[in-house]
Write a protein that binds this ligand. Structure first.
Ligand SMILES: [Zn+2]
Length: 253
């Protein structure tokens, strides 16, 4: 059974919280850097009927890892030999006790969870799949806000491959931000939305070229996102930069 505790984190608006998930002895994304939220996380972890001894990180972004070291320290102080695991490509301000790779199976004490390597949003991104298709999804998808795939770390084609890979596998997605989501419908929608946005970027780029104006991510973003409220211009430009790179890779510019 998947338990969830949303904790306040310095994440990207409109999201304000990151979901910490718990399955058996394993906690995913002990996320909050704030002391009050870390205390709440520890109390919630101690509710587990199976003593928690493993902290797994879906990826290394700061709004997913901010409470991991504090939780490990607190569990160790109470006599549990707790460990933190993540993909080896993760870059973290603390030491890992081991690494996870594609196909590794976590023995949670409440059913096995298989790690699936799903990069594109972040280096070393992993999701965790139960035998019934439940999937702890990290930032592969989001129930609140959108997933930023921005260079230099983000890579659109790699991200699309990760979405396609999970399409036949994930029946229910448990994202790091917002409520859980149907697997197939959500992944299809994400693939459709990215394809639509890519087409809009191509049209805007070609219009700038035809007008003899410089093609910059900011100029393209101003056309693509015109009239869409609440869009952060910096992130819009970064998303567009990822799509322009994809167009160059796939269609010779
Ligand atoms: Zn992330």
């Amino acid at each position: 059974m998947i338990h969830v505790l949303p904790v306040r984190t310095p994440t990207l608006p409109p999201a304000t919280h990151t979901n910490v998930y718990r399955v058996g002895r394993v906690v995913f994304d002990a996320a909050s850097p704030y002391a009050d939220e870390q205390a709440r996380t520890l109390a919630w972890v101690r509710e587990s009927p199976v003593p928690v001894d493993t902290i797994v990180l879906t990826h290394h972004h700061h709004d997913h890892v901010g409470g991991a070291e504090a939780l490990r320290t607190a569990l160790r102080a109470s006599g549990t030999p707790a460990k933190i695991l993540a993909h080896r490509d993760s870059v973290l301000p603390f030491d890992l006790d081991g690494t996870l790779d594609d196909g590794d199976v976590l023995d949670t004490g409440d059913g096995p969870l298989r790690a699936v390597y799903t990069p594109g949003h972040a280096h070393g991104h992993l999701v965790f799949l139960a035998e019934n298709g439940d999937c702890i999804a990290g930032d592969l998808v989001a129930g609140t806000g959108t997933i930023v795939v921005a260079p230099p770390e983000g890579h659109l084609e790699t991200y699309l491959q990760s979405l396609r890979r999970m399409l036949p596998l994930a029946k229910r997605l448990y994202p790091a931000h917002g409520p859980d989501l149907p697997g197939e419908d959500t992944l299809r929608h994400y693939l459709f939305h990215r394809a639509m946005r890519t087409e809009q970027v191509r049209v805007a780029r070609d219009a700038l070229l035809a007008a003899g104006e410089p093609v910059t991510p900011v100029a393209v973003a101003e056309r693509v996102y015109a009239g869409i409220p609440g869009v952060d211009p910096l992130f819009a430009a970064l998303q567009v930069a990822a799509i322009l790179a994809w167009l160059e890779e796939h269609h010779g510019g």
